[in-house]
Design a protein. Structure first.
Length: 569
């Protein structure tokens, strides 16, 4: 295909935002320059919804040879902390992006923003309102009722300048007055009904200390900060669509650079809540262990759980960018993670619910090392040696004393294959005084070393195992969805969304047995426990004298089955 046709095909495949950017570049708008920004408020930890925005903003800048800034929207000192500033930077870098020397804060522009507010007052387009917050709320009207002008709306420019100066000097009490834009109290768009631009907050700011006691609202600081930084395309989630007229109005009142705001649908996942407020409630009320709980959609939780950042970027690419709100099945996220891990992770042997097996015909006191494949998906991954001796552990679920018809694993008198090892046959079941199975006495066939019989006989079942003596003990934590309901926030009248929490979202297994190499696995490394799923050492709780492993994702792929059956996509 000629290069020109390839370029045209690529252009047709662009999402609507990339199409806008491509058209602007082609038209020479902003001199053909592309500059985006990611503007988090440092009042909490990032979650996977933010990952979509990060990938979009940094991705577009990269694709069009532009730049992307990181700018903290630190305009509310009551809820913002330096802890969040550091965590957000760590999470963005972990996700695979960097802002180089373009780290900014809205607080960098407080003096300039204050000057813009004074300019609006001088133009008669902003005024100090001395109504109470309750009165302002009431006089804004509703969707069906126009607002009522404030009795202070027609103050003179001189009076407004004086009052605003006194607000800055700390001579006015919190809640006594605010600075509002003078736009249109009858506008069908509530955001244009004289929105608040500045409010008094006598709180210490994490960067500016007590220098300021008045702070701009997000709506005021957003567009002007974009302008100051030379942003060309200001990408926001869809809830800011109704704020765009205000964004444009504020910019148009001053002879400054005019960025363009574009909105896209936020990410929503089944079995998940994304609201910062609700995530904070889960943490504060002890429903989860903290912001890095592996069941949360926070990037810190996903990182701890072992999600590869490459898989999160791939997931954001697959779901794409649209103008319409929807809900993505969390099974797709798990599928993408599973695909990534399947290609790159080594296989290891682990038993989560151990049942002892004694090979009665294996020589006592002897042991050997068996060759095990590291990753069948990657021939270059090679092999490793795993110890084997007379006493082993298998999964308790791999044995049934009275098996149903389609159970092909171990049972009395039945022969199965031990993965990479031998064929074994169960000869006797050992029980305790209560009738519980505590061990199996089996025989092995020495001729089947490596897992195949030279006489060509076949077995229907292959099970995993670990050596009883050489294996190491560990705690293993298994995760399911934090919420049992697909849409946890949808509750009947009088219901509580937390009633949808899944009581089985965390299962802790003690006394698990792992092949000895897993004792040396470093934090951040991932492996597949054969037949059980993908796991990683817990970077928080695991240590040499107490191994703790977390299941990143199970092997069962709900999304792949849905696609095979023609299910929803």
């Amino acid at each position: 295909m000629p290069a020109e046709e390839k370029d045209e095909e690529a252009l047709r495949s662009l999402d609507f935002i990339r199409q806008i950017v491509a058209d602007d570049v082609a038209a020479g708008k902003h001199g053909g320059r592309v500059q985006t920004r990611f503007p988090p408020e440092p009042n909490g930890y990032l979650h996977i919804g933010h990952a979509k925005s990060i990938c979009l903003n940094f991705g577009i800048a990269r694709e069009f040879g532009g730049l992307c800034n990181l700018r903290f929207d630190d305009t509310n000192p009551v809820v913002e902390e330096e802890e969040y500033v550091k965590a957000i930077q760590e999470d963005i870098r972990w996700l695979g992006f960097d802002w180089d020397d373009r780290l900014f804060y809205a607080s960098d522009y407080f003096e300039t923003l204050h000057g813009y507010a004074v300019d609006l007052i001088r133009q008669g387009k902003a005024y100090v309102d001395s109504q109470s917050p309750e009165e302002i709320r009431e006089t804004r009207g509703s969707l069906t009722r126009p607002g009522t002008p404030s009795p202070f709306r027609d103050r003179t420019v001189e009076e407004n300048l004086d009052l605003f100066a006194r607000m800055r000097e700390g001579k006015m009490e919190e809640g006594s007055c605010v600075l509002r834009a003078k736009i249109d109290m009858a506008s069908p768009n509530m955001n244009l009904r004289d929105p608040v631009l500045y409010r008094i907050k006598k709180a210490t700011h994490h960067r500016t200390g007590d220098t300021w006691c008045i702070y701009p609202t997000y709506d005021f600081a957003h567009g002007y900060s974009d302008s100051i930084e030379g942003i060309t395309h200001s990408l926001c989630t869809l809830e800011f669509e109704n704020h765009r007229p205000l964004y444009d109005w504020l910019l148009q009142q001053l002879p400054i650079h005019q960025p363009r705001q574009i909105e896209f649908a936020r990410l929503n996942l089944t079995h998940t809540v994304m609201s910062k407020r609700k995530l904070l409630e889960l943490v504060k009320d002890g429903h989860v262990s903290g912001w890095d709980d592996p069941r949360l959609p926070t990037l810190r939780g996903m990182r701890r759980r072992g999600y590869p950042p490459e898989a999160l970027r791939r997931f954001c690419e697959i779901i794409g960018v649209t103008k319409f709100d929807g809900v993505t099945d969390i099974a797709l996220l798990e599928h993408v993670i599973r695909e990534q891990l399947n290609e790159e992770t080594p296989r290891r042997l682990a038993v989560l619910d151990p049942l002892k097996v004694i090979l009665t015909n294996y020589p006592e006191g002897e042991h050997e090392e068996l060759e095990c494949i590291n990753n069948p998906q990657n021939p270059d991954a090679g092999t490793r040696k795993v110890p084997f001796s007379r006493e082993l552990y298998i999964e308790r679920s791999d044995f049934l004393e009275a098996p149903p018809k389609k159970f092909f694993r171990l049972a009395p008198g039945r022969e199965v294959r031990l993965r990479y090892a031998y064929f074994i046959t169960c000869q006797n079941v050992v029980k305790d005084s209560s009738g519980n199975v505590v061990a199996l006495e089996c025989t092995y066939d020495p001729a089947t070393r490596g897992g195949d019989a030279p006489d060509g006989r076949k077995v229907k079942g292959t099970i995993h195992w670990v050596d009883a003596t050489a294996s190491v003990e560990a705690e293993v934590r298994l995760f399911e969805h934090l919420f049992a309901a697909e849409k946890p926030e949808e509750v009947p009248d009088g219901g509580d969304w937390k009633d949808n929490l899944n009581p089985a979202s965390l299962v802790v297994r003690h006394g698990c047995r792992l092949e000895p190499s897993l004792a040396d696995l470093a934090a951040g490394e991932r492996v597949q426990f054969e037949r059980l799923g993908y796991f990683t050492p817990d970077p928080v709780d695991s240590r040499p004298d107490r191994l703790v492993f977390l299941r990143t994702v199970a092997l069962k792929d709900k999304w792949a089955r849905m696609q095979k059956k023609g299910g929803r996509g």
